[in-house]
Design a protein around this ligand. Structure first.
Ligand code: NAD
Ligand code: ZN
Length: 257
């Protein structure tokens, strides 16, 4: 076992019961086939997210945003959780993980069995009409087309996913619960996040200031690596997470015996 994987398993066991929080980002779902914002390939080469997923674009020209949303929602609907998601779900089941703060809007943590998930940026399961506030489950507007779906209550064309777009506020309850978890944890795993989108990217800083260890899991270094993280395990979430959980299981068995 890689030395840092072993070290992470030891640190998790040392942190103890429900004292670990995971902050996850788009990299978590790369092994499920959903491309991250930064990095090559896929959807975002065609659609700049800061334009197509900006609230001003959506309000002024919903048809423009829906060109991207059709592809994104399609991709998310077809995706399956990967070994990284299952690893975090298991870490919760065996008592170490307090919660996941996820920046992802794909719902894959819950589908892998995680229960305590703060969807910091909301999700894509629901659509809300910006004109009359009627809510739709996304499956109700299938099949998706490039033109925006029409609200059957008010006839408007502004059905917006219940995800936080650029230019929108983070729901205050998400922010306050995440802050609380960051303050109370003894260890934070930052998995697959480039840690540049605030305020989510500030959670490791808050945890660190309150005495927690920070472990990054990412194939590439991030702004956290040299400033906040205690160490980084360089690799994909789908490969590394199951190894860490295996280590945790072994160590906690040894402790009991
Ligand atoms: P990001 O796109 O900025 O960064 C992705 C990070 O993941 C990078 O640091 C990259 O090195 C790393 N990475 C790539 N492959 C990986 C792998 N296999 N395992 C682990 N790490 C890997 O993502 P971000 O920090 O989450 O911030 C961007 C915003 O994008 C978030 O707010 C999120 O809401 C949104 N987003 C979500 C999804 C999704 O729901 N799956 C997809 C794209 C973007
Ligand atoms: Zn409406």
């Amino acid at each position: 076992m890689d030395d840092n994987i072993k070290r992470a398993a030891e640190d998790i066991v040392e942190a103890g019961n429900k004292k670990v929080v995971a902050l996850t980002g788009a990299g978590m779902s790369v092994d499920s086939g959903i491309p991250p914002f930064r990095g090559k390939g896929g959807l975002w080469e065609e659609f700049d997210p800061e334009v197509y997923a900006h609230i001003v674009t959506f309000k002024q020209d919903p048809a423009k945003s829906w060109k991207m949303l059709k592809d994104l929602i399609g991709l998310i609907t077809r995706a399956e959780p990967n070994a990284g998601h299952f690893g975090l779900a298991e870490l919760e089941k065996i008592g170490f993980l307090s919660c996941i703060i996820t920046q992802n809007i794909d719902g894959l943590h819950q589908r892998a069995g995680s229960r305590e998930v703060i969807e910091f940026h909301g999700n894509n399961r629901w659509l809300v009409c910006l004109d009359c506030e009627k809510r739709y489950e996304v499956s109700e507007v299938f099949p998706l087309k490039e033109v925006p779906p029409i609200c059957d209550k008010c006839g408007g064309n502004k059905l917006k996913p219940d995800a936080v777009f650029f230019g929108e506020m983070i729901p205050p309850e998400n922010l306050s619960r995440s802050n609380r978890e960051a303050v109370n944890c003894k260890l934070m795993l930052a998995v697959g996040t480039s840690a540049v989108v605030y305020p989510a990217a500030g959670m490791p800083e808050i945890a660190k200031r309150n005495g927690a260890k920070i472990i990054e899991i990412n194939p590439e270094k991030t702004p956290l690596t040299s400033s906040i993280s205690d160490y980084i395990i360089e690799g994909s979430a789908g490969e590394i997470m199951p190894e860490i959980v295996k280590g945790v299981r072994q160590l906690s068995k040894q402790k009991i015996n």
